[in-house]
Structures are given as structure tokens and as C-alpha cells.
Design a protein around this ligand. Structure first.
Ligand SMILES: Cc1cc2nc3c(=O)[nH]c(=O)nc-3n(C[C@H](O)[C@H](O)[C@H](O)COP(=O)(O)O)c2cc1C
Length: 209
């Protein structure tokens, strides 16, 4: 039995293109994997701890090879809990809108909490940086108002998929599947066509994963 974790980062609920496509993926996944469980985290409802003060100092203590103070240890517990929760899943789907060519700040906040030495990556002078979340597939569902694919002329503006591949690659992911819903703001007909294609890809991928 595997656990699929769906991390939602659009605040638009049922109107969200990224959530609609990712939900199609999770529904199809459930139909194809009857034994598995699906958990959804809405980052706009989740209580994400601030990453400052003692918790920030706790990260630097690890990076500098120093022991934690009592206050740092206590603050670090919330980060450990978030990382352990993330790592408790076997498969992942992250749905995200493009915001200012990149990702919504709630998802960045979550990632800033998640990318931690000793929890999701390690560093040794001999081996350099090593991701610790390995052997697990990730599906990223991107929604964008414009179009950024090959031949669009806007490829270099896409810091959304580039960042997701880089940061999740950094913490160990080697199997990253991407579904794009674009353009969503070029007229209703164009959006419907983009949605239809993405929904088909989501269904196909759910049965393969
Ligand atoms: C704050 C904000 C910033 C946005 N920035 C961009 C952008 O840089 N490029 C783009 O193509 N669309 C941009 N959009 C449009 C969204 O990416 C688009 O509407 C997308 O379909 C939203 O996904 P969702 O329906 O899952 O929330 C932006 C939307 C918002 C609210």
C-alpha cells in the first residue's frame, strides 16, 4: 500500500486549473490503485511555521557543524515534523499556478521549510550535496496564463518548472513528470482545449505511476 501526497498551492479552490487537473490525476490514481491512500494538503489552509529566529539559527547551526541550543532544538521540531510528514509519502503530486513567472509564495514557504540539511539533503566534503528523498516519483501540474513551451519564444521566462525540477532534484527526486495547462488566459476556447489535453495526460499518467 502506497501513499500519494497531493500538495495544492493555488488559493482558487474549484476554479483552479492546476487543482482541477491534479484532482483528475488523484481520482484516476485511486481508481487504478485501489489499495493506496491519497492525502491532500492545501498550503493556503496549512499552518506553516515562520522560518526565522531560533528555527533559522537551528539550520545555520547544522550547516556550521554546531550543536543546537535548547531553544533551537525546540524550534527545529516543527521543521522535522513537516519533513517527516512529507517523507511519509511514496508518491507526490504538486499542483501550482505560475505567479510572476515563478511559484506562489505559499509553496516557496513550504519548500524553504522542506529543504533541510540532515532531513532532505546531506552535505559531506567527500560527496558534496546528496538528496535524501530518493526512489519516489513526483508529478508537477503547472497552470499558466500564458504559453512558455518550446517554440513560444518565452521559454526563458519559465522559472516555475525550472525551479521545481531544480529544488526537487536537489533533495533527491529523479523521476519528475510534468503536466502543463497553458495558456489559461488566452480566451475561453483556448483554455478549454488546454484543459482537455492536460486532463487526458493526467488520466494516462495516473494509470502508469
Ligand atoms: C499573482 C498572480 C501572478 C501571475 N503571474 C503570471 C505570470 O507571470 N505568467 C503567466 O503566464 N500567468 C500568470 N498568472 C496567471 C496564472 O498563472 C493563471 O491564471 C493560472 O491558470 C492560475 O492557475 P490556477 O487556476 O491553478 O490558480 C498570474 C496570476 C496571479 C494571480
Amino acid at each position: 500500500m502506497s501513499k500519494l501526497l497531493h500538495i495544492q498551492s493555488s488559493p482558487r479552490g474549484e476554479r483552479s486549473a492546476s487543482i482541477t487537473v491534479a484532482s483528475k490525476f488523484t481520482e484516476s490514481y485511486k481508481a487504478a490503485h485501489l489499495e493506496d491512500t491519497v492525502e491532500t494538503v492545501d498550503l493556503w489552509k496549512a499552518e506553516l511555521p515562520e522560518f526565522d529566529g531560533a528555527v533559522l539559527d537551528a539550520k545555520y547551526a547544522i550547516l556550521n557543524g554546531q550543536p543546537h541550543t535548547a531553544a533551537q532544538l525546540e524550534a527545529w521540531t516543527a521543521v522535522v515534523k513537516l519533513c517527516e510528514h512529507f517523507k511519509s509519502a511514496d508518491k507526490y503530486v504538486i499542483s501550482l499556478p505560475m505567479w510572476n513567472f515563478s511559484i506562489p509564495y505559499k509553496l516557496k514557504h513550504y519548500i524553504d521549510l522542506l529543504a533541510q540539511p540532515g532531513l532532505t539533503f546531506s552535505f559531506t566534503p567527500a560527496e558534496g550535496y546528496k538528496g535524501l528523498v530518493t526512489g519516489k516519483p513526483l508529478v508537477a501540474v503547472y497552470a499558466r496564463g500564458g504559453a512558455y513551451g518550446p517554440g513560444s519564444g518565452a521559454e526563458t521566462y519559465d522559472q516555475q518548472s525550472a525551479f521545481i525540477k531544480q529544488i526537487f532534484g536537489f533533495i533527491g527526486f529523479t523521476e519528475i513528470h510534468e503536466i502543463f495547462v497553458e495558456p489559461t488566459l488566452a480566451g475561453l476556447e483556448v483554455k478549454e482545449e488546454a484543459m482537455a489535453g492536460a486532463l487526458r495526460s493526467a488520466t494516462d499518467l495516473a494509470f502508469m505511476l
